[in-house]
Design a protein around this ligand. Structure first.
Ligand code: SAH
Length: 348
């Protein structure tokens, strides 16, 4: 079967061109575009289009090509985890979280991940490919349509390394920021990187006020290199220098994520080292008691150790929060998302 073109890949102008080439009048493009960004990705559900147009669209195009293969809802906090099957049979996971300020989604950016962080389930099967702009869009659109609500915030913290799929990720964020699409403010978007230095520097010059999180997870090179292979390529000091440059260019603070692993990176001594390195920089530290991942033997730091670590940072005047764990009963928490073979899971 020939590859169908993905309408979500296209800008409004490109979509108009594609539909005009098939003989449809220009006003139909606007209708299709509006349907897509309302979350209706099934051409047959576009009720104000003539039937023959709907079947022509189905023959010629896809819209993202995602199918919900499985949906899990947390009994603890209502967090939802979606397993999506992509058009080529690969799978990814995305998470929907409800906060007092609205709905937030955590999206995947790649099928698998090649960064190899020792504590993360997403790394376990390696990387297959980047997600396309259409697939990035289809995650948020499908979830929004499924719950019948607007999504106000998003974090690129699912499977994959966003800065390893830089161009698509930037284009995606620019697309959903537009008034004629989802109109989501850049300030309500967060991208998280494990520390790809050249991309941090490029991102600093992108001119979009998206929040940046950097996964630090250690206060020095020795420990960081043991758990995060990316640190062998871009050592700790180089990473901090890039982060400093980012804050100088953008005047925006960076959130440093620090997953706390018992007896690996959670001592008072480490808190002191970290505090001295971050003191006076424009930042915020988010402590994440490490989540359990099957087959990976890292222990979660106790509440007391997290609290003690937090106190040290605060003494140095550094803003710190402890991340609330959402969706732990459905394996939807940080580091627990993974790609799987579709046959491993039941379909809904
Ligand atoms: N690749 C990007 C995006 C992933 S964001 C990055 O590394 O930043 C997901 C966050 O959860 C990252 O900070 C990641 O390091 C962290 N994480 C991974 N495994 C974890 C685990 N088992 N427990 C807690 N946090 C984890």
């Amino acid at each position: 079967m020939r590859d169908k073109k993905d309408l979500l890949e296209m800008t409004f102008e490109e979509l108009t061109e594609a539909l005009t080439a098939l003989g449809f009048p220009a006003y139909r493009s606007k209708q299709v575009y509006q349907w897509l960004y309302s979350g209706q990705l099934d051409f047959n559900g576009m009720s104000n289009l003539p039937k023959d147009m709907r079947s022509k669209l189905t023959d010629e195009f896809i819209a993202g090509g995602l199918k919900i293969a499985e949906k899990l809802i947390s009994k603890i906090d209502g967090t939802r985890k979606y397993l999506f099957e992509l058009k080529d049979g690969n799978t990814i996971e995305s998470v929907l979280m409800k906060y007092h300020y609205g709905y937030s989604v955590c999206l995947s950016t790649q099928v698998g991940c090649r960064m190899g962080c020792a504590f993360c389930a997403s790394a376990s099967l390696g990387m297959v490919r980047n997600l396309t702009v259409g697939e990035l869009l289809a995650q948020i659109l499908t979830i929004s349509h499924d719950i019948g609500e607007r999504i106000s915030h998003l974090v690129l913290m699912g499977i994959g390394e966003p800065f390893d799929n830089y161009n698509n990720v930037i284009e995606f964020m620019r697309r959903i920021n537009r008034e004629d699409t989802l109109n989501i403010s850049f300030r309500k978007m967060t991208v998280s990187t494990c520390g790809i230095v050249p991309r941090i520097l490029e991102f600093a010059r992108e001119g979009i006020p998206v929040n940046l999180s950097v996964s630090l997870h250690a206060p020095n090179n020795e420990v960081r290199q043991k758990t995060m292979p990316v640190a062998k390529k871009w050592p700790f000091d180089e990473l901090l220098a890039a982060c400093k440059e980012y804050t100088e260019i953008t005047s925006r603070r960076i959130t440093y994520e620090y997953s706390m692993i018992e007896n690996v990176n959670d001592s008072i001594e480490f808190a002191e080292i970290l505090a001295k390195k971050l003191k006076g920089t424009l930042c915020h530290v988010n402590l994440i008691p490490v989540n359990t991942v099957e087959g990976i033997g890292f222990g979660k730091s106790s509440k007391a150790r997290v609290e003690a670590f937090k106190n040290v940072l605060e003494r140095y005047g550094i803003a710190v929060t402890v991340r609330r764990e959402l969706g732990s009963d459905i394996m939807a928490a940080c580091g627990q998302l993974r790609r799987k073979n579709i046959s491993e899971s039941g379909k809904v």
